[in-house]
Design a protein around this ligand. Sequence first.
Ligand code: ZN
Length: 207
Amino acid sequence: MCEQGALIGFRVVGGKRYLRCQLCEATLMARENWLSPEEERAVYDLHNNDPGDSGYRAFLEKLALPMIERTPSGAVGLDFGCGPGPALAEILRESAMDVSLYDPFFCPEPSVLQRQYDFVTCTEVVEHLHSPAKVFAQLDGLLKPGGWLGIMTCFQTCDERFDNWHYRRDPTHIVFYRETTLRLVAERMGWVMSVPCKDVAIFYKPL
Ligand SMILES: [Zn+2]
């Protein structure tokens, strides 16, 4: 994640090896245990991301509401890693946000990555990244100065509960961040981070 800390063996769970970065405290699944892109896609196809589902909507509002609070109406944004259903974009559009979509599997439109945005949202995405440091740098490039980045991912907290943690059990989840990991990212990128609620981090890119 930080590309600087030493990785040490952390756990082996169900034949999968996990490593821990001693500097940023990210936990990573060893590369040999990653799914192939085809297997990964098959898991995503099982996800139910229906914007009409009220539980799912409440889940997305954990990120959407703090973003709406911070950005002016009419702000132009990108939902990076939108998945199969543009549920988050629909919530933001109800607040007059202009939202473009990008997803490497479901919406692979590279031209949207050539612009800069007032805000970028990234829900349930960063835990899947093969090259997290590279993608965080890309996210920085997608943000205008004065822009906001919203990330939602289950923060990793208790090591004793890691083996049975539901988030770990998803075989497409290969990077787990502690709050301290994300604070280190913010510091490196020159962003200001806040945590408005559990598992949500909002970053401000200063002017
Ligand atoms: Zn690290």
